[in-house]
Design a protein around this ligand. Structure first.
Ligand code: HEC
Length: 116
């Protein structure tokens, strides 16, 4: 009896590990997709005013490079503004409203370019 239980556990552990790796792999893939989407969105909609990469100055001097936003607040706090289009406080900046998945993509991208 004891032997059999041990045998079963011996099988279960590698199976669980394999399942965990598949979950991780798909999370990494989802993350890549979000990053690509986020990068495309900011390139499209934001790069005319903001620096959107890891280096370089913004085309519009008053617009902070997006990578610097994380120094002021966690970029996650932008999620609501991006979704609800409440970025009206910014002179010269159009109001954007993004779908949830696009918001996630943008935040993922912003995190990726943020120093530290
Ligand atoms: C037409 C130019 C323009 C575009 C396009 C633009 N912005 Fe801006 N944005 C600005 C300017 C100018 C400021 C600074 C305004 C100020 O400080 O009064 C700013 C400020 C910001 C801030 C700073 C908010 C704060 O005070 O902390 C965020 C966040 C931001 N923009 C995000 C974005 C995102 C994300 C996009 C693309 C989806 C975008 N902006 C597109 C011009 C633009």
């Amino acid at each position: 009896m004891k032997r059999r239980a041990k045998y079963a556990a011996g099988l279960a552990a590698p199976a669980a590990a394999a399942a965990a790796m598949m979950v991780l792999a798909s999370a990494a893939m989802a993350n890549d997709a979000l990053l690509a989407r986020g990068s495309q969105i900011v390139e499209d909609k934001c790069s005319r005013c903001h620096a959107v990469g890891r280096a370089g100055a913004s085309p519009v001097a008053k617009a902070p490079p997006l990578r610097d936003l994380s120094r002021r607040y966690p970029v996650e706090t932008l999620a609501e503004s991006l979704a609800e289009g409440i970025m009206t406080g910014h002179e010269d900046m159009p109001v954007f409203r993004f779908e949830r998945t696009d918001v996630e993509a943008i935040i993922t991208y912003l995190r990726s370019i943020s120093p530290g």
